[in-house]
Design a protein around this ligand. Structure first.
Ligand SMILES: *[C@@H]1O[C@H](CO)[C@@H](O)[C@H](O)[C@H]1NC(C)=O
Ligand SMILES: *[C@@H]1O[C@H](CO)[C@@H](O)[C@H](O)[C@H]1NC(C)=O
Ligand SMILES: *[C@@H]1O[C@H](CO)[C@@H](O)[C@H](O)[C@H]1NC(C)=O
Ligand SMILES: *[C@@H]1O[C@H](CO)[C@@H](O)[C@H](O)[C@H]1NC(C)=O
Ligand SMILES: *[C@@H]1O[C@H](CO)[C@@H](O)[C@H](O)[C@H]1NC(C)=O
Length: 387
């Protein structure tokens, strides 16, 4: 993950820049409950700072309404928060609904929001209650950092602090040796909630990937490694995990920065708490060009729309390509098909299967790219599930 400054980011990550989403003429607002791409629904204020917007994350409520949140670099004060925007027309338009605000640190909710619906009653909350994780750090990025857990019991209208998931001494900067933590990703497994994240606190690694678990949302385990590399400067980052129902396997994607140039990698495991014992595989397209995705990956699994036998499709996104990479349940390294989907790339473009008037669709959430921050805005897209 990269937050030091624009100049350092341009030096560090030439590979993941994309020009496609920058400073474009907005498309017309789509009709309600239709398919569309590149639909900008939030422009940052003119005085927004840093990246202005990045890293959009979505959720769908049972009534088919959609929520979107993102890193929102509004000028401070007031403290930054993670906005919750809501759509009731299949993502065509959104309006401000609520916000996940820092209730405990006086720092703001600054980086990498993540939204999750509890699939079961857990930790005093009901199945269907909502969780929001995110990074709280001071505007100075010094003096400490928490990955936080908030919850909503009223369908995202209000949010309340639940627990600190992890703490780092900071600074919240990507410099090796700074005790920073980034990019939470939540998933229930075996009656525990898992939070995967990127961890700079181990003096043996510039950054590694870890997870912590909780049985009741209040306290969290010590960290367990998921990906670390022998070379100190290697920086695996940005975990996402998907459950492959048909085979009862889990897949995690990550960017492998450092010696692998931020290329997208993945691991497979029957136990999502034991990724460390499996080997990372480079994700490379099986097109003639051998398209290589770089940076900020996202992976989901969904039943294949073309059959009813339960087999599915893996859909992977990256920060460098507009196309997605799709594969069958086994994630065969030679079978990542490169599919045009007509959606700008973004850092980091999120994927979610949603239901629009009863039909399964693929939703993209874009917060902009790490090019010119003045061109960042929040956009979405809704398309048929590629397979
Ligand atoms: C959205 O509404 C919330 C209150 O529900 C408010 O705190 C927040 O500042 C608003 N966000 C924007 C971007 O206007
Ligand atoms: C990374 O890219 C550099 C040039 O940009 C190249 O020299 C090097 O071989 C690449 N490394 C890997 C592991 O792809
Ligand atoms: C995780 O895997 C790496 C690479 O195989 C290894 O060096 C490291 O010791 C493992 N970590 C733990 C805690 O087992
Ligand atoms: C399910 O159907 C697909 C074709 O749509 C086929 O490729 C796959 O092998 C089938 N899986 C099983 C478990 O039968
Ligand atoms: C790429 O993989 C897909 C399966 O995901 C397969 O259908 C296709 O034939 C492969 N393409 C090539 C060129 O091998």
């Amino acid at each position: 993950m990269y937050y030091l400054s624009l100049a350092s980011i341009l030096l560090l990550t030439p590979n993941i820049l994309s020009t496609s989403a920058q400073c474009v003429t907005p498309n017309p607002t789509p009709a309600a409950n239709t398919d569309f791409n590149d639909n900008i629904f939030f422009f940052p204020a003119a005085d927004a700072v840093e990246w202005k917007t990045l890293y959009a994350r979505s959720l769908q409520l049972p009534d088919e309404s959609l929520l979107m949140t993102w890193e929102n670099y509004a000028a401070e004060p007031p403290l930054v928060n993670h906005p919750i925007y809501k759509s009731t027309d299949g993502g065509a338009t959104y309006s401000n609904f609520s916000a996940v605000k820092d209730q405990v640190n006086g720092w703001g909710m600054r980086f990498q929001p993540f939204l999750y619906t509890l699939p079961q009653a857990f930790g005093g909350y009901a199945a269907g209650d909502l969780l929001a994780a995110g990074v709280s750090a001071p505007e100075s990025l010094t003096g400490g950092v928490y990955i936080e857990l908030y919850a909503s019991t009223d369908s995202a209208e209000t949010w309340n602090f639940v627990s600190h998931i992890a703490y780092g001494a900071g600074p919240e900067i990507i410099t090796s040796g700074d005790e920073a933590i980034w990019e939470p990703f939540l998933m229930m497994y075996n009656n525990e909630l898992v939070c995967y994240f990127s961890d700079q606190r181990d003096p043996a690694h510039s950054q590694k990937l870890v997870h912590v678990t909780t049985t009741g949302l209040k306290t969290w385990s010590s960290t367990i490694e998921d990906v670390s590399y022998y070379t100190y400067d290697d920086r695996p980052g940005m975990t996402t995990v998907a459950y492959i129902e048909s085979t009862d396997q889990y897949i995690m994607t990550y960017e492998y920065c450092g010696s692998a140039n931020c290329t997208v990698h993945y691991k497979m495991s029957s136990n999502p708490l034991l990724f460390n014992s499996t080997t990372g595989i480079a994700l490379v397209g099986n097109d003639t060009a051998g398209t290589v995705p770089y940076g900020s990956p996202y992976i989901i699994w969904t039943p294949n729309p073309s059959n009813t036998n339960g087999s599915g499709v893996l859909i992977a996104s990256s920060g460098s390509t507009e196309q997605v990479f799709i594969n069958g349940d086994g994630a065969d390294p030679t079978e990542w098909k490169v599919v045009d989907v007509g959606q700008w790339s973004a850092y980091s473009r999120s994927l979610r299967i949603i239901t629009v008037e009863g039909n399964k669709k693929l939703l993209f959430g874009n917060g902009g790219n790490m090019g010119n921050p003045d061109c960042n805005s929040v956009a979405n897209g809704v398309i048929d599930i590629p397979y």
